[in-house]
Each structure stands twice: as C-alpha cells, then as structure tokens.
Design a protein around this ligand. Structure first.
Ligand code: FES
Ligand code: FES
Length: 380
C-alpha cells in the first residue's frame, strides 16, 4: 500500500543502451521500475523473493535478481533486459535453440532463463550437462522439465567460438557468487486444518525454524505415533527410512531444486523422553552428485490443548556446497511452510488411520512448494 508520506525520487540509469529515468519510491524494486515505470514487461516477476530467477536481468554486466534490487541502488547502472539483445549472436542462437529443443511452454521463466543461459555461454567454461544444470539451478521452470533447456544451452555452448568475436571470447570472466547473509524474517500463517507459527532465525550454527502445529488428536495418540520412527519418517515429504538399528537411523531424502535433483543419504539418531512427551531427531547426509552436505536436528514436544494437542517443533539445519544457495531466507520461509504443512497433513492422515499421500510427497520440489505457499496466501 502506498503511504501518503512516501518520498518519490527520480532515478537515472542506462537501460538497453539508452538513458532512462523514472520516479520511484525508496522501496521500489528495479523490476517494478522497469515494468511499471519503463514498460519493459519482458522482465517477469514470479516469487519476488530472489528464488525463482524469472526476473533475472543484467546489471553492469552481471546477471542479477531485479526483484530484490532496490531501484535507488541502481543510479547510473548499465541495465540490460530481455528486450535489449537485438543483434546479439549468442542470444539469437539461444532463442533458436530453445524453440528447437522445446525448452519452453508458457514462457514465464524464459526471459530469466535466457539471460542466465547467455551468461553461462559468455563465461566460456567447458561445462558438461550436470554442470550446466548446476549453473542454471537459480532459475526455476514450472512447465517443461529441464531436459530441453539444458540441451538448448549445451548446443549453443558447443558453438561458442563460432558465435563470439575474438575480443568477446577473451574478455569473459567468471561471475562472483552472491550469497544471502541477512537475518531471516518472522512470519505467521494459518492453512487448512492446522495452525502454524514459524520464526526462522539465522545463527552461526545454520538456520533454525520454530513451528507450532495444532492437532485435533489427544496428546497420547499423537505421542504413540511420534514414538513410531518408521511412521514419522514416512510423514516427512521426500524422506524414506532405509534402516533402523537401536536409536540409529539410515535415511534418504529426495529433493529437486530447479534443474538439480539431489538425493541426500545419511545417518541419524533419535531420543525420546516419555515423561515430558519430548524428543529429538538429528542427522547429517551428503548428496554425492552435487557434493552438497546437509545436517540438521529437530526438537519436538507435545503440549495438551483441550481435546487436542500442540506439537512444538524446533528445526535447525545447515546446507553446504553447491546447494547452499537454497538456504536463502525467502526459500527457507517457503520451504519450511510447505514442508511443515505437508508433514502435518501426513501426520493427521496417519492419526486417522489413513496412509499419507506419499506419491505427491515423494520428492520435494522447490518450485511446487513455493506455488503451494503462494496459493496458501490467497486462501487466507
Ligand atoms: S521474481 Fe525475482 S527471483 Fe523470483
Ligand atoms: S516455460 Fe513455463 S515456467 Fe518455464
């Protein structure tokens, strides 16, 4: 909502090779300035949290999320949007390759996907298919799957020398990685059968998420289920129990992060305290394909609440390696909300004596989870 006191200022920059200016508020994003102030609607907005990559454009030659960049921080910058590649041989080749390899359907992700793909070509690294998937992992597509997109990029990569001038071939430099380092937000929501509160906190040991889930089942019934490790693991989306030996577990977690699929395999431990109706799961695992590691712990306790009970969950986790970019605040929030909701739904199904819908939950998909969260906002 616009506040009457919001100050408006004139921002001048260079867009697609020509001077441009627009009146913006202090909090206006570069994406909004481009779309609303300059009518450059080829820059798409999906998540507006820096996660999906739909808004990716070049700022001073570097692919950037325009949804999380303040327009006021871009005074004097050289900005290039998807409308600004006329006559660019690499972009022309990518457009043709995307058509040829059926790398788009609705086209929503395509402008950001093309900007990121061009950057991959310009860097000139000899990438194999898995590395191209990794390089594209910051751009999510809800339609096509990634096979066509990756094949399109690979086909243009193979023609790099033919498409670039000698100066362009020599001037390519690796782009520095930007990492999220700000504090995570606190949020509240209510969805369907369960009420939840969550307060993610960033600390040195990784990210921590607090959840309260109200369940319409007695504390004793829920505790009996929580004591059954196999059943609890089956309620966690994407998780499967490979082996249980005393208080030790062997677990596998499947997840898809845009073009990357990861399968974390690892070991865990658990403890239960029947007197206080509380316990702890902890574990760590590795995805051998991306070389990423994940470690985490979940403390839980049950509080009686009338005829039902409240499940307190405190989860902490850290991701290292190539997939650590997915521990950014926006994604943590979306991921935590959706995973907890799916977990609570599965738990409720178990308590009703039904089998959880493990087919839908068999694999965690970041994009599907974000869509679920956004739909949840509209239902409120
Ligand atoms: S809209 Fe900017 S990353 Fe999704
Ligand atoms: S083509 Fe539809 S989102 Fe990618």
């Amino acid at each position: 909502m616009n506040s009457p006191e919001a100050s408006v200022e004139l921002i001048k920059l260079n867009v697609n090779g020509a001077p441009a200016s627009a009146q913006v508020e202090e909090r206006t994003s570069l994406a909004d300035m481009l779309r609303d102030g300059l009518d450059l609607t080829g820059t798409h907005l999906g998540c507006e949290q820096g996660v999906c990559g739909a808004c990716t454009i070049e700022v001073d030659g570097v692919p950037s999320r325009s949804c999380t960049l303040l327009a006021t921080r871009c005074r004097g910058a050289q900005v290039r949007t998807i409308e600004g590649y006329d006559g660019d041989a690499v972009m022309d080749a990518l457009r043709d390759a995307f058509s040829e390899h059926h790398a788009l359907q609705c086209g929503f992700c395509t402008p950001g996907m093309l900007v990121s793909s061009r950057d991959i070509i310009m860097r000139g690294l000899p990438l194999d298919e898995q590395q191209v998937r990794m390089a594209l992992s910051g751009n999510l597509c809800r339609c096509t799957g990634y096979m066509g997109i990756v094949q399109a990029v690979m086909s243009v990569l193979a023609r790099r020398d033919e498409l670039l001038s000698p100066e362009q071939r020599d001037s390519a430099e690796p782009v520095p990685e930007h990492q999220y380092s700000g504090p995570l937000p606190t949020f509240e929501r209510s969805c369907g059968k369960v009420e939840m509160q969550a307060a993610p906190v960033n600390d040195a040991g990784g990210d921590r998420i607090l959840e309260l889930i109200k369940l319409k089942h007695s504390r004793d019934d829920v505790w009996a289920l929580m004591r059954n490790v196999e059943q609890v693991v089956s309620c966690v989306p994407g998780a499967s129990l490979l082996a249980e030996n005393g208080d030790q577990l062997e677990i596998q977690m499947e997840a898809s992060f845009g073009a990357i699929s990861a399968s974390f395999k690892g070991e865990g431990r658990f403890t239960f305290d029947d007197a206080s109706h509380s316990g702890r799961f902890e574990g760590q695992g590795k995805d051998s394909r991306s070389g990423s590691g994940a470690s985490g712990a979940m403390d839980f306790s049950l509080e009686a609440d009338g005829d039902g009970c409240i499940l307190h969950l405190e989860a902490s986790y850290a991701i290292t390696g190539a997939l650590s970019q997915f521990s950014r605040g926006g994604l943590v929030k979306s991921f935590a909300s959706a995973v907890t909701r799916m977990f609570a739904d599965n738990l409720s199904a178990r308590l009703r004596g039904e089998t959880p819908n493990t087919s839908a939950a068999a694999k965690l998909s970041v994009f599907k989870l974000i869509v679920m969260v956004v739909k949840g906002w509209f239902r409120r």
